[in-house]
Each structure stands twice: as structure tokens, then as C-alpha cells.
Design a protein around this ligand. Structure first.
Ligand code: WAQ
Ligand code: MG
Length: 644
């Protein structure tokens, strides 16, 4: 009946010319004869494929053990302390050690990382902190131990199972004569969980004892007793064969404190902080349609925060077009057009917007945000570089992130800086992306220079015309018309939700480019198409802009009038678009002015961090073609009054 038991030890190292040997990995098992070959093979695999490097020397040592001399131990009970930081974890370790009656606990814990170059552990006298290892460079190694085969449900794959190995070692060490506790931090730089163990404490895992990337770890065996008896302890640790029963995989029951961190309380606190910092956001209700005047709580107010620049959102023709489309096509578009098919209003809009922008083709998205995100993600990948203006809209930033391209941010509208950054970051492929009209400052991209740079460096040019469409140029066709350039950006992105008065996003470009976007843009492929009503309204809006260029002219006149009125009240502001930033600076003051304006019947928003930088809070007036001269003068006068 007596079956043969073997211990197997593996040690992999790399030996240099000078004979210096660098340790790579080591592991050991205690197994019955029939498992020797399998286990030896798996240890060999682990030796040869270790993350620490390739060994040029692997030692595999097989020893027949006398089964009668093997000691059987029951595994230490396990619990886990979740420490939020290494500092918290080390404090918990110190506290447990003090609780176990060790007087100089903090000093001992501080010694732990000093052992990290050792193969074995420090053995410290718990009272004097004297080091008891015969060879302090090597330390004392606990060996000849394994989990009892029948009870071990833990996996010993080719990769190290830190917990499974440590619990076995800790159980043996805790049972060594005169050892009162053991402390451990792994020397693997990405394994931050360590433990403190003793027969009284059990095996207490502490989740964070160091920062990821830190290789400093170590082990301390704390010894209390007659120093002359230490040899017996070392002999036990280094030679006694031990099998540990009851080792099982970690489970949720091993948590000391099963209460999960209360994320909801944290969220509530964060909101309170936002409020205290005047950064909390609220939605103000509006009763009726968008227009130069809106109804709020039954009261008529002047609207200066809508992008409905040409007053088409509530235009009878646009509404009728939407209503007719609902009658004919229903309300929802069912799915992405690639899935459920394309209704006529979508194609009609694509033809119209391509005509309006003077490009070969166009594709629609559910929103302008999704157009930016989808196009950038489609056109750039991780090997590309995106050169992006520092004041670009959030949707451009999000598109860059989604693309995983390397993003190089250049100074706002600074073409000299852009070119320098391109020279510093040469790349085979990439794009320059910029807002056409910057949404928070109302200024216009230097398009001729940008296009010139893009063509000289072989970069795609991408311009977001969200606030330029229906606003810039004699007939509202956008930035190209504004500058009178014939060359078009490779990609023109925009939205129908501003001057066009409806909703949905678009991308215009060559037929090939649009075909590519249709095949690659995730926000097009995986999102339901805009509703047929929105597309019919869009088509009507686009037609009106083309047929009634006076709206664009009226908008420009109103902008000039408002700027003039502001300056009459001592306020300097500038803009060539329909967005007029009035820089206040302080967040609280900007909020206060906006609130008072609201009380006085003027809806004009304050914009603050993180939409703009901290301390760059501003009032942002959005002008409409149908504001009357009186509206504009009244708003300017009220702002002038509150400014003082
Ligand atoms: N005997 C004594 N000391 C050792 C031994 C040994 N057999 N092996 C390693 N050491 C010492 C040496 O100084 C190392 O630098 C240090 O311990 C850390 O060794 O429940 O992986 O093998 O999730 O990196 C803890 C698991 C894992 C916690 C510990 O230690 C958990 C670990 P490592
Ligand atoms: Mg290690």
C-alpha cells in the first residue's frame, strides 16, 4: 500500500560569462510517483516561458521522500482586507502586528521592502529586531511544501498562482517553532496584494501594499524565543516536508469586510462638490417651441442660447414636412439603415447636403456628435496621428479617443504651431481636424492655411461645420464660402440641429470617402438611423436656406448690431459667427449674471469648466436671424447693467 512520494524542485536562472547567476523563477511540488512526469513537464514549461526572461540553466531536482516523515497541516483560515492605498494597507498590517503583541510593529513593516533582492526571507528577532539568518544575502528559504493533492482545487497552470503558493508557504511557516508571524509583499512588480500570517491571525490578505510597477517586495519571519534555538526553526523551514490540507480557491467568503465600497455615497458627495464650486448643471424647462422668444413657466423670454440661428426649428414648412413624413413613413426608422433599409427622406437629405456643400456625396448620422465620433474613428487607427486644435469640440476629442490614434494637440488656430508639431511628429498617415467655427469662442478656422498644410504633408483635412453651416459665407454654405476657396477639406462634418433647425449629423466628401465611412463608422453602423420625420424636416430646412438667403444676411446684420450695442455699454466682444462670447472669468460671477438675466426675461447661458478652462467662464450669446433690433439692444443693455 505504501506509495512513493517525490518532491520536485525547479529553478531557472541565467548564468553570465563571469559566472554570476541571475534567478528567473522557481517552484516546487510534492507529488505521488504517478504524477511526477506531468508535474515535471509543467514546471519545465513554466521555467522556459517566464516573464522574467529566458533561462540558460534549468535545474529540476527530484527527491524521493519518506512518506512517514511528511507532516500534514490544515490550511490557515483566509480573510481579506481591502485597502484603498498602499499606505492604508501597510497601516492595517502594522495594526494587526501590534494587536498580536509585537512592540516595534511599524519598524518591522518598514523593513519589509529591504528584503527584495533576497531569495529567502529575513528572520527577525521580534524583540531586538536582530537578523537571525545565517546568510543575510540569501535569507531563510521555506521549502518542501505543497498542497495536499486531494483537497487542492486550485489551479497550478504554467503561470504562477500567487495565492495558492503563498497560502501553502504561510501555513508551513506559521507552524514553524518559535515563529510568531510572517509578513510578505511579492517582488513581482504588478502583484500588489500581500499578507500577514500567523496561527492566531490566520492568513490575512491585504489587497494593496504597494503601487503597481514597484518591484520591491520581501518576506519577514518573526522569531520569538531563545536565539540559540533558531537552528531548529531554520531546519524545520528548510527541510521538513509538509503537505497542507484544505487549500481551496479564493472565494467571496474570504473577504474580511464584505461591504463593498459605497459608490453611490461617493457620487452624491461629488455632486455636492460640483454645487459648491458652481459647476453643477441643471436643465431649465421651456414650455414651447424654440424661437427668438420662448415661453418659460407661462412667461415669454428672449432666447439667446439656441443654435436655431435661422429660426427654422418652428418654421411651418419644416413642421409640415415632418408631419407629412410621419403620415407616410411612421415615426421610427427601425434600425441602422444597413439593417432595416433606407427610407427616401434619408437619401434626399444626403443629396441635398452634398449639393449645398458642393461635394460628391454625403452620409447622415443620428446626431452631429455621432458624425464626428464615427468619422474620426473610421478614418484613423492606432498607427495614425491626429493633429487636433486645442479648442476642438468634445465630440472631436471623443472621436480621437475612440480611434486610438495618437493625438497631437496644437495651439488654437495656430498654423505655425500646427506645422511645427507635424514636423516633430512625422507619420505615414494621419489627419488634421478642426472646428470650422469654434463653439465657445465663435472664431473661424484659418482654412486656407490648414488646407495648404494638409496637402503638403499628405494629411486628411477634416472640418466640423456644426456652427458654420447656414451661418458663414454669403449663402450660408460654410467656411469654404467664407474664405472663397475652391479647394474643399477632404471631410466636412456638421449637424442639422443648428441653423437647419432639425436634427441629425452629416459627413460630406468624395464618393469613395463616404462609401468608406458607411462601411467603417461604428456610430453609423451600430446606431438607429434618424427618424424619417427628422430627415424630411432637414430636407425642408436645407431647401429654405438655399431659397431664402436673406436669413443668412439678416443673421450677419444682427451679429454686427449686437456687438455694436455691447460696445456702447462698455463691453468688448468679437465674433464673425453667430456665437458671441462675453468673457467673465469667474465661474460664480458668470452664473450670477446668467441667473439675473433669466429673472429679467433673458435666456442666455453661462459656460464654464469643463466646457471651457477654469477661470475662463463666459456668457455665450447665440444670435438668431429673427431677433429684432429691440431684442438685441435690450439684451445688450441688461448685460451692460449687470456687468458693473
Ligand atoms: N522562502 C522564504 N522567502 C521567500 C521564498 C521562500 N520560499 N520565496 C520568496 N521569498 C521571499 C523573497 O525575498 C521574495 O523577494 C519575497 O519573499 C517575495 O516572494 O493572497 O509572490 O514569491 O494574494 O514574489 C502573496 C500572495 C504572493 C498574496 C507573494 O512572493 C495573496 C509572492 P514572491
Ligand atoms: Mg516573486
Amino acid at each position: 500500500m505504501d506509495k512513493k512520494i517525490y518532491s520536485i524542485k525547479m529553478r531557472a536562472s541565467r548564468t553570465a560569462y563571469d559566472g554570476a547567476s541571475q534567478h528567473i523563477s522557481g517552484a516546487e511540488r510534492i507529488v505521488p510517483e504517478r504524477d511526477v512526469q506531468t508535474i515535471a513537464a509543467s514546471l519545465l514549461e513554466r521555467a522556459l516561458k517566464h516573464a522574467n526572461g529566458e533561462p540558460n540553466c534549468v535545474n529540476l531536482r527530484l527527491e524521493l521522500q519518506d512518506a512517514r516523515n511528511i507532516q500534514h497541516l490544515e490550511v490557515l483560515p483566509v480573510r481579506t482586507i481591502d485597502s484603498a492605498t498602499p499606505e492604508e494597507g501597510l497601516a492595517a498590517m502594522t495594526g494587526l502586528l501590534e494587536g498580536a503583541g509585537v512592540p516595534r510593529a511599524a519598524e518591522i513593516v518598514a523593513m519589509l521592502p529591504q528584503a527584495h533582492h533576497m531569495r529567502g526571507a529575513m528572520m527577525l528577532d521580534a524583540e531586538t529586531l536582530e537578523r537571525l539568518e545565517p546568510d543575510p544575502r540569501r535569507g531563510v528559504r521555506a521549502t518542501y511544501m505543497d498542497a495536499e493533492e486531494s483537497t487542492s482545487g486550485v489551479s497550478y497552470g504554467p503561470h504562477k498562482n500567487h495565492y495558492a503558493e503563498a497560502i501553502v508557504l504561510a501555513t508551513k511557516v506559521a507552524n514553524a517553532p518559535n515563529i510568531i508571524a510572517e509578513l510578505c509583499i511579492s517582488d513581482d512588480s504588478d502583484y500588489c496584494t500581500g499578507y500577514i500570517a500567523s496561527r492566531e491571525l490566520g492568513y490575512v490578505r491585504i489587497t494593496r501594499l504597494k503601487h503597481p510597477g514597484d518591484a520591491r517586495g520581501g518576506r519577514i519571519f518573526l522569531y520569538r524565543g531563545d536565539p540559540f534555538a533558531k537552528d531548529a526553526t531554520i531546519r524545520y523551514l528548510e527541510h521538513q516536508c509538509v503537505l497542507v490540507g484544505g487549500v481551496r480557491p479564493l472565494s467571496s467568503a474570504d473577504r474580511l469586510d464584505p461591504r463593498p465600497p459605497d459608490r453611490l455615497t461617493e457620487i452624491k458627495q461629488e455632486l455636492e462638490t460640483l454645487k459648491a464650486d458652481h459647476l453643477y448643471r441643471e436643465i431649465r424647462p421651456i414650455d414651447g417651441a424654440q424661437g427668438p422668444r420662448v415661453v418659460v413657466d407661462g412667461r415669454e423670454m428672449l432666447m439667446f442660447s439656441s443654435n436655431n440661428y435661422l429660426d427654422l426649428a418652428n418654421d411651418a414648412r419644416v413642421k409640415n414636412a415632418a408631419a407629412a413624413a410621419i403620415g407616410k413613413y411612421g415615426v421610427g426608422s427601425g434600425a441602422s439603415r444597413l439593417t432595416s433599409g433606407s427610407m427616401p427622406p434619408h437619401s434626399e437629405v444626403e443629396e441635398l447636403v452634398a449639393e449645398f456643400k458642393g461635394t460628391e456625396a454625403a452620409i447622415t448620422f443620428a446626431t452631429g456628435y455621432m458624425a464626428n465620433v464615427g468619422c474620426i474613428q473610421a478614418l484613423c487607427g492606432k498607427d495614425d496621428v491626429v493633429f487636433s486644435d486645442e479648442l476642438n469640440h468634445a465630440s472631436i476629442i471623443d472621436g480621437c479617443r475612440l480611434s486610438r490614434a495618437r493625438v497631437v494637440v496644437y495651439r488654437h488656430n495656430d498654423m505655425v504651431d500646427l506645422e511645427e508639431k507635424i514636423l516633430l511628429n512625422p507619420s505615414a498617415r494621419g489627419m488634421i481636424v478642426s472646428d470650422g467655427v469654434f463653439s465657445m469662442d465663435g472664431d473661424i478656422v484659418n482654412l486656407p492655411a490648414l488646407l495648404d498644410i494638409a496637402s503638403r504633408y499628405g494629411l486628411l483635412s477634416v472640418i466640423d461645420e456644426a456652427h458654420a453651416t447656414g451661418v458663414l459665407g454669403e449663402t450660408g454654405r460654410g467656411v469654404c464660402e467664407h474664405f472663397g476657396v475652391d479647394v474643399k477639406p477632404d471631410v466636412i462634418i456638421g449637424t442639422f440641429s443648428k441653423a437647419v433647425g432639425s436634427e441629425g449629423g452629416f459627413c460630406c466628401g468624395s464618393g469613395v470617402l463616404v462609401d468608406y465611412i458607411r462601411n467603417k463608422a461604428r456610430s453609423f453602423i451600430f446606431s438607429t438611423a434618424p427618424s424619417p420625420a427628422a430627415m424630411a424636416a432637414t430636407a425642408a430646412g436645407l431647401r429654405i436656406i438655399m431659397e431664402e438667403p436673406w436669413r443668412v444676411v439678416a443673421l450677419r446684420r444682427n451679429v454686427a448690431l449686437f456687438l455694436e450695442a455691447l460696445s456702447e455699454h462698455g463691453i468688448r466682444a468679437e465674433s464673425q459667427s453667430a456665437i458671441i462670447p462675453i468673457i467673465v472669468g469667474d465661474e460664480a460671477k458668470a452664473m450670477e449674471i446668467s441667473r439675473t438675466l433669466h429673472e429679467r426675461g433673458i435666456h442666455l447661458s453661462a459656460i464654464r469648466y469643463p466646457t471651457v478652462g477654469r477661470g475662463a467662464a463666459r456668457l455665450r450669446a447665440a444670435i438668431m436671424a429673427t431677433h429684432t433690433e429691440d431684442d438685441l439692444r435690450r439684451a445688450a443693455a441688461t448685460i451692460g447693467e449687470l456687468w458693473k
